[in-house]
Design a protein around this ligand. Structure first.
Ligand code: NAP
Ligand code: MN
Length: 269
């Protein structure tokens, strides 16, 4: 990473994060680095103080920034958050020297046709969930590439990036993916398998240039909820969702000796 001179700090807003951010501001300014009061194009780095949820919200609020982003964990799990509040001196050193590794995380992009003729695009670092808004079964027609696969029946379908594979995907029985493997993972949520309904029961893994298309049966269009990185989106009539990789990548600051599997062990086992 290039040495940085102007940093924007995004915080969760709770007492612990605000306190940690105030210590960080003092240390950065003491080292001659300018801390911006608001995020703008001048920033050459963003530091996010909070948990993974805060990190995901920061990405939305800063418009999926292209500058390196580093996290300080004042939340619960903090899989994205490489630094602990006691590591602030190390973080300042990284800003001054640029000595770190940058983990590139590509975003998923969903084009959603709902409530009108103009589709909207949404982005996710972790995952998209397409599910029933009412707790009832959904029937979703699934096409992968140009092949119609099935009429899925169950709670819904989760589509995750490698970065999101350790989040909801993992709770649903999906596989943890090393971020160096570039792929899309589709994980069924409570798939139904009976004489009435047939749905695939395990995750499926797709190459990164594949497109996935999901559309509900006509009767279910008003019952669909989208969850995008954990945030709910509701629609009157959801017609069609196409998910693919976006060209946009997030550059996450990791320590120079970052080891994904060491992180998995320390956070999950
Ligand atoms: P949340 O309900 O607080 O998130 C659930 C947990 O997932 C938190 O402990 C969060 O870490 C952790 N997490 C988030 N991204 C992760 C990642 N990439 N790898 C490992 N753990 C991760 O909601 P949130 O904090 O706003 O996070 C949104 C994410 O929650 C969604 O993208 C979805 O994947 C996940 N989620 C999980 C479940 C489930 O497991 N049953 C249900 C709904 C949503 P922090 O504690 O540091 O925030
Ligand atoms: Mn959270």
């Amino acid at each position: 990473m290039k040495k940085v001179s102007k940093i924007y700090i995004y915080t969760k807003g709770d007492e612990r994060s605000e306190y940690t951010a105030s210590l960080l501001v003092a240390k950065l300014e003491g080292a001659g680095i300018c801390v911006l009061p608001e995020y703008d194009d001048d920033a050459d780095m963003i530091i996010c103080v909070g948990g993974d949820g805060t990190f995901l919200r920061m990405l939305v609020n800063c418009g999926y920034p292209q500058v390196p982003v580093a996290g300080v964990n004042t939340g619960h799990l903090g899989f994205f958050q490489e630094f602990m509040p006691e590591d602030l001196d190390e973080l300042v050193r990284v800003c001054l020297t640029g000595d770190c590794s940058i983990q590139k995380n590509r975003l998923l992009e969903a084009t959603v046709w709902a409530d009108g003729p103009v589709p909207q695009n949404y982005y996710a670092l972790n995952d998209f969930v397409i599910r029933s808004s009412k707790g009832s079964t959904v029937h979703l027609n699934l096409t992968i590439g140009s092949s119609f696969i099935e009429r899925f029946s169950g709670d819904g379908i989760l589509i995750s990036t490698p970065a999101g594979s350790t989040a909801y995907n993992y709770s649903l029985g999906g596989s943890i993916v090393d971020p160096r493997v570039n792929m899309i993972q589709l994980t069924p949520m409570a798939p139904m398998n009976s004489r009435a309904f047939r749905s695939f029961t395990s995750s499926v893994l797709l190459p990164p240039d594949m497109e996935v298309n999901l559309f509900p049966d006509d009767d279910y269009r008003s019952n669909i909820l989208l969850m995008i990185d954990g945030v709910e989106y509701r629609f009157e009539q959801l017609e069609n969702v196409v998910v693919r990789y976006s060209p946009t990548e997030i550059s996450l600051v990791r320590l120079a000796n970052y080891d994904f599997w060491g992180k998995v062990k320390s956070k999950f086992l």
